[in-house]
Design a protein around this ligand. Structure first.
Ligand code: PLP
Length: 378
């Protein structure tokens, strides 16, 4: 089994022999980790619940956490999900890696499709279950929406979409998602939308849609073949809390739950109690949204980019992304991630990913430095 090196490891190798300009403060725009303190109401809840460490947590998750996640889905997407239509998970990363292994386990020649460029765990999962991969290329000329022929789609067992998208920041309309739901029913594949960035939006009339809303819109009220993933990590600036959920088709979730009992990824009870509070509290998320929106306004002004509707990534077109990354580091002590490390078959070439996860002041300073570099870069 050969797992691809993770992009950050590749980046370390790329920059290893380069001396960064120490006249500037070291700045890293590479990782999708919010650089803000987790709000104190969340931290305090964790401190107050440590006495529960003497209990084994249930793999299925505690009911109060499930209820809090159901309330979130009701408030945000007007979804009336039932208790058997959701499973709390230990961050979505573990699901993205083990769900394909669960679902594709007994398929003879499994086929998995996912957006390209992509969050690297999708590919790791495909490698682990020896699945054939079909890349859904996200191209600028198609507004970074996935492209696939019906002939290819018919062969798929599992399709992973990721909107709002990391790294392109593209969003998808409900109408587009409805088409995907109908295809998943027609060709009988499981459709997942990884919605980890759904809460980082900037306009109340342009909130990202949920795949399960699209199911309802086409009359798939039981969410057959459809699943969504969401996470507290970006929304609450709390990736260390490891709280996410998978929701949708209860028939699939029932079997998946049996599998999860063996995986052993139950979340400690203090974390579950804390997560229950974080999923039900919205004002702290409002605060983060304002910061990310302002960051993009700063980026728009300095780099002349288009303002996306969600996420915190800039997918910036550059010439020769590897050279760009090296020279930027050498000359301005800024690290970015080459797009080609996130895509396959040439996708991501001539792009870098910039994560705007710092406060407004730092963002302005570092993007100004980046702009100065771009004026010199050939
Ligand atoms: C697209 C996408 N999906 C999933 C994750 C995993 O998030 P978590 O495991 O913290 O829920 C990330 C994290 O960067 C991501 O970018």
């Amino acid at each position: 089994m050969i797992f691809e090196k993770y992009p950050f490891e590749k980046l370390n190798i790329l920059l290893k022999d380069i001396e960064a300009n120490s006249n500037y403060e070291a700045s890293s725009l590479t990782i999708g980790e919010p650089q803000f303190d987790t709000p104190s109401i969340i931290q305090n809840e964790l401190k107050n619940t440590t006495s529960f460490l003497n209990k084994y947590p249930k793999s299925a998750g505690e009911d109060y956490l499930k209820q809090s996640m159901l309330n979130f889905n009701k408030k945000r997407f007007n979804l009336d999900l039932k208790m058997d239509e959701i499973i709390p998970v230990f961050g979505t990363r573990e699901v993205l890696f083990n769900f394909p292994q669960f679902y594709l386990f007994d398929k003879q020649n499994p086929v998995m499709a996912f957006t390209n460029p992509f969050y690297q765990i999708y590919e790791g999962a495909a490698t682990a279950c020896k699945a054939k991969v079909i890349h859904l290329d996200l191209l600028k000329e198609n507004n970074y929406l996935p492209i696939i022929s019906d002939d290819e789609l018919k062969t798929c067992d599992l399709v992973i979409l990721n909107f709002p998208n990391n790294p392109t920041s593209a969003t998808i309309s409900k109408k587009e998602l409805e088409k995907w739901v109908l295809k998943s029913l027609e060709y009988d594949f499981v459709l997942i939308n990884d919605e980890c960035y759904s809460e980082l939006y900037f306009e109340n009339d342009k909130k990202p849609v949920c795949l399960l809303e699209a199911c309802i819109a086409v009359g798939n009220n039981e969410f057959k073949n459809s699943l969504v993933l969401n996470s507290i990590s970006k929304r609450s600036s709390a990736p260390g809390l490891r709280s996410g959920f998978i929701a949708g088709d209860k028939t699939i979730l029932k079997e998946y739950m049996k599998y999860r009992t063996y995986v052993g990824c139950a979340s400690p009870i203090p974390l579950q109690k804390t997560a229950a509070l974080a999923w039900s509290e919205e004002s702290h998320v409002e605060g983060f949204r304002k910061i990310y929106k302002k960051n993009f306004e700063i980026a728009k002004e300095i780099l002349n980019i288009e303002m996306p509707e969600a996420t915190f990534y800039i997918w910036l077109e550059v010439q020769d992304e590897l050279k760009f990354t090296q020279e930027l580091y050498r000359s301005k002590n800024i690290k970015v991630l080459p797009g080609s490390y996130l895509g396959r078959n040439g996708i991501g070439k001539n792009y870098v990913r910039i994560a705007l996860v710092e406060n407004n002041e730092k963002t302005k300073e570092v993007l100004t430095r980046l702009k100065d570099f771009m004026k010199e870069y050939k």
